[in-house]
Design a protein around this ligand. Sequence first.
Ligand code: HEC
Ligand code: HEC
Length: 553
Amino acid sequence: MKQPIFYSLAMAMSAFALCETVLAQVELQPRMGAKLNGLTASQIDRFEIGKLLYSRPIPIEEGLGPIMNKSNCASCHTNPLGGWGAISVTRFGIENKGAFELYPGETQSLAQSLANSSFCTETVPADATIVRTRLTNSSMAFGLVEAIPDGQIAANADEFDMNSDGVSGRVHYVRPLEAAPDSPLRAGRFGWKAQVATVLTFSADASRNEMGLTNRLVPSENPPNGDFVRLAECDTVADPEDMADTEGFHFIDRVTDFQRFLAPPPQTPKSGMDGEALFNQVGCAQCHVANFTTSTDASLEDSIRGKTIRPYCDFLLHDMGLLADGISDGNATEAEMRTPTLWGVRRRDPLLHNGAAAGGSFTARVTSAIAAHGPFGEGASSAAAFANLSAVEQTKLIKFLDSLGRAEFDFDGDNIVDILDFFALRTCIAQGTTNPNDDCAIADIDQNGLVNSIDVDFFVQAFNGEILDCNKNGFADLRDIALGVSQDANNDGIPDECSSCQADINGDNFVDGVDLAIILAGWGLPGTSDLDNSGVTDGIDLAIVLAGWGACQ
Ligand code: HEC
Ligand code: HEC
């Protein structure tokens, strides 16, 4: 039966509309360390100012010390700036009947390794029976993580393991320093023990504890080894040291801005890998939970409100058995650790709170991190299930982990989209179809199973080099080459019609009056003078000759 014409037209139009909406949602994911998409101009300013201050060494006269670990946040949070790092801090205390206690006389477990004067240098007492290190960690996208409603975190908790799966996550309820003393507790999410719920609290805590910068939320200095007499001797700047700037912001507010506006690390391909199904199957996702949606609270910025994020983390405390650091922190016990986020994991070295999974290949590192989940902890059965997978399945699972932190089109994984990635893109266009398990999925940004002109346009946006249009046809040269509009016989990323040898029509190694004469003779016609193969010899061909004028190279 013949379809009435308006019907098929309507079908076609709705298919077109569908296609448009899908495309409208596709955008390049920010690289690791970049700001969120869609920030306003003033938010971008705040991000940039915060980033500068995050990286600026604080002078002693502005409040650094008297005891500290570093002079600025960026010296530890390096990968990317604001993210993870390879530097660890030391915590110490004494063991008392299996429990962690502060060393007698100390006010905290964190050691500060530097001081403004040797008189105040803190030492880790020789008879401290517990001395542990904690690696610099990061959740990235701190603003988005902060905006996960407490209820969503609590929904994954199973404190008494009612479902008997051997995994029993627990919320670490804490009170932000900026909250009223009688305000309700919040679900902690930052730090290896989920000991902090808000970015501002962590900024205030880190400013005092890592840098000795007292502030409105943490207004008093740390005494070296608990000794207030030595402190009085070395502390020369009145507290709190962090003063408001001309716009009324304190240092802790500025660095909070920077961290809140950091984007989540990219994940490419975004979904559909067999390895993720295996990750779920062996129980990794019991703790490394893929999805959360941020709060729709009207006070949140547009770039943070109501966003789905994929941190692969439940932000809960788990008894990790022998892997745990043996230090209690607030309500977190000696054996409990907070699940770390896995986004960005492909770009991280070392892994684990003590940095024990370090060096070697990515496969070696994550295999060792997974093995460390057992025995005797809640991670034991999933570590065992991973060990029991076939080699092929393990490779698939690790390939999925390797997608976490990978930027679109970054085939060689150096976090830069350059000409080498362009050559890989060309191979993928030639291949045509793709799927999430295939290497070409890195170029299929709209995940439609094809590497085509839509993806090429996104590649041009993602490209880190200069975008040229040497043949002046209104499209990027890389696009012309990728789609076959231009040839690139010598694979240099420059359309053949633009290289000066191309303009050397008579082949005497000079682009000169003879070549110009050939162009003029062929004007309006196809043939050897039609350098860009447009079908006619015209001003573009003339421009190519003039641009290549001189010795051919
Ligand atoms: C000496 C190295 C060092 C310096 C300097 C430092 N940090 Fe950290 N940072 C760490 C370590 C180690 C952790 C993990 C702490 C823990 O959980 O015990 C951490 C954790 C954090 C976290 C929590 C990350 C998460 O999601 O779990 C935030 C936020 C943070 N730091 C912010 C800052 C800010 C802001 C500054 C500067 C004011 C700063 N840090 C300075 C080492 C450092
Ligand atoms: C019971 C909860 C739980 C399960 C199940 C679990 N993990 Fe973890 N995972 C954690 C915790 C907690 C840590 C941090 C432990 C530490 O460093 O002390 C961690 C650390 C990691 C790390 C290192 C991340 C970093 O930031 O250093 C990787 C990689 C990892 N897990 C992958 C996996 C994989 C793959 C599986 C499945 C085979 C898995 N995990 C199962 C809780 C879990």
